[in-house]
Design a protein around this ligand. Structure first.
Ligand code: COA
Length: 260
């Protein structure tokens, strides 16, 4: 895969996507969103890839938001289309991937940057990271799922404060609020994320995908998460991974999951 605005690599079952527009603090323009969609889709379909980490290039930013220069002249229809298309192509797409995605937030995660991190399955941050949804300071609101995912992660009151002050929170506050799971020195961030990914990839990829689907179901309108869980639980019993996992346990050996 060759891209202009992102870099991808894979090693030992773990893929790394680096958003690579450091001169623009990795801001998400249309092309970068399309490239991210293609990369996530291809890596999710790659049986060798069992976990994906997404980060930003450089030491300053994860992603400083949607590319303001690109939408500054948009009208009402174009604005609505921008949000709908972005949500479908990237933010909802990442949230619903069966392959687990970890955001390694290595600096500013603002606007669409924080929204991307929140669409990932969980987040780790460097100690210099700063997170916020500054859209109302530009006369607009978060449009890539921020008004929905931020309250889910930090609670309604904190989300309201962050969104309507347009302020930023430190990595430590983000951790205390449940927005990120871990905070580590910047130089250790990627190894730390890879360490968590290494634990994930020992488990059944099929069971992981079913677990992600079931957790997400509880946050979808009109979907009963408990029923999704029951069906996914049953589905797991029909997989080779289940046979291997239970057999390995009884034979007192480590499971070698076929991912089927
Ligand atoms: N869209 C487009 N370009 C962006 C951008 C964005 N969201 N964020 C940063 N950039 C660009 C800047 O325009 C600048 O480009 P230039 O050198 O060609 O002028 C470059 O990235 C570096 O940013 P700069 O503002 O000079 O860095 P800074 O250290 O002074 O400030 C920030 C860093 C993150 C505080 C500041 O860039 C910022 O507020 N960015 C916008 C954040 C935002 O509102 N995001 C939500 C968008 S909906």
């Amino acid at each position: 895969m060759t891209f202009e605005n992102i870099l991808t690599e894979k090693e030992n079952g773990i893929a790394l996507i680096t958003i690579n527009r450091p001169a623009k603090l990795n801001a998400l323009n249309k092309q970068t969103i399309a490239e991210l969609h293609d990369a996530f889709k291809a890596l999710d379909a790659d049986a060798d890839v069992k976990a994906i980490i997404v980060t930003g290039s450089g030491e300053k930013a994860f992603v400083a938001g949607a590319d303001i220069a690109e939408f500054a002249h948009f009208d009402v229809k174009e604005g609505e289309h921008l949000a709908a298309q972005g949500q479908a192509m990237l933010f909802d797409f990442v949230q619903n991937l069966g392959t687990p995605v970890i955001a390694a937030v290595n600096g500013f995660a603002l606007g669409g940057g924080l929204e991307l991190a929140m669409a990932c399955h969980f987040r780790v941050a460097s100690d210099n990271a700063k997170m916020g949804l500054p859209e109302v300071s530009l006369g607009v609101i978060p449009g890539y799922g921020g008004t929905q995912r931020l309250p889910q992660l930090v609670g309604k009151g904190r989300a309201m404060e962050m969104i309507i002050t347009a302020g930023m929170v430190s990595a430590d506050d983000a951790k205390a609020w449940g927005l990120v799971n871990h905070v580590v020195p910047q130089a250790e961030l990627l190894d730390f994320a890879k360490g968590i990914a290494a634990k994930i990839i020992k488990n059944s990829p099929i069971a992981i995908a079913l677990a992600i689907k079931s957790v997400n179901a509880g946050f979808e309108d009109g979907v009963n998460g408990y029923i999704t869980e029951i069906r996914s639980f049953g589905e797991a019993f029909g997989t080779e991974d289940f046979k291997e996992g239970t057999t390995a346990f009884m034979e007192k050996r480590k499971a070698a999951f076929p991912g089927k």
